[in-house]
Design a protein around this ligand. Sequence first.
Ligand SMILES: Nc1ncnc2c1ncn2[C@@H]1O[C@H](COP(=O)(O)OP(=O)(O)OP(=O)(O)O)[C@@H](O)[C@H]1O
Ligand SMILES: [Mg+2]
Length: 354
Amino acid sequence: MHVEVKHLDKHFGSFHAVKDVSFNIEKGQLIGLLGPSGGGKTSILRMLAGLENPDSGEILFHGKQVNRLTPQERGIGFVFQNYALFKHMTVFDNIAFGLKVKKAGKEAIRNRVMELVELTGLKGFEQRYPHQLSGGQRQRVAFARALAPEPQLLLLDEPFAAIDAKIRQELRAWLRELIERVGITSIFVTHDQDEAIEVADEIMIISQGKLEQKGTPWDIYKEPSTPFVAKFIGESTLVENAAELKGFDEAAKDGDTKALIRPEYIEVGTEHEFQVLSATDSGVVKHLHFRGSQWLVEVEVGGHRLITYRSLEKETLHTGQEVRVLVHRAYLYNQHTSWVAENRFKLDPLTVII
Ligand SMILES: Nc1ncnc2c1ncn2[C@@H]1O[C@H](COP(=O)(O)OP(=O)(O)OP(=O)(O)O)[C@@H](O)[C@H]1O
Ligand SMILES: [Mg+2]
């Protein structure tokens, strides 16, 4: 189902929980909703489902406004974080629930439930009660129950939050595959960046009621469109005055520009490792942490502590060593705007031949 949201707004009393949120979701896409607690993720899902009324804005499914439709009329499946299965019902009856509400025939119910039991790997568990299942199994029942009435949109609100890390990873892969197989448009809320990056076609980052950015995980990582996103996704070091960084003096000359630098945009090494030495700054290694496949290096440059990685194959550095540091690229921002800047010496080596 194609989903379109236009200028969605919601207050709870005087609290402005969702602020002018607009987005489009193509049919069959899996969208990850990511952001800090209290940002408005659940509120957005609840409005899509019809469990909450927006103050203003439009929700369109297949191009038709659904604002006034009841949850039942919207054709949505919902899975919550705390597997709210019906405790007194078997797996079979839990999955059959939505079909019974729709007054489907007995035979049709049986066929559909058995199909879903198969699809979700729950065969043989039909007569068990929720307390006789593991967390992961219960959550799969919740998926089967949500999928049973053939919804056109699946809303998943931290479905794996209560499940331990290892099982959670298995469930992630399972969910991705299931959604691809069923081909259903889905929105998936999570607190976990890796989960969103692994599972989603596109990510929406929500903070303080606003949609900060929507894009593929790679786009968001590469080109964050707001300082919030740049800080939120991945690791980075903040430098308060970007003009103090070698190669960024021009780009940040107003003196009021901050820089966020990801570890992979920083190169640290000995003199002979750099071609354009004049693009580098001098630094001192403060700490080295062995990270299994590489070194994490903390290096101090002009009073700033930067973090980067270094391959195990290169000459091993030591604490206190004087090194050269090249900042290839930085995400710069001030009160008015933000942009990705390249080290100007690196871009045009000629300018540094003195
Ligand atoms: N029914 C309500 N009445 C009053 N305030 C509410 C209500 N529902 C949500 N809020 C507030 O709106 C804000 C957004 O809540 P929401 O549940 O949408 O956040 P969230 O992004 O889902 O957070 P989390 O990641 O913790 O689940 C919060 O500050 C919350 O306290
Ligand atoms: Mg929530």
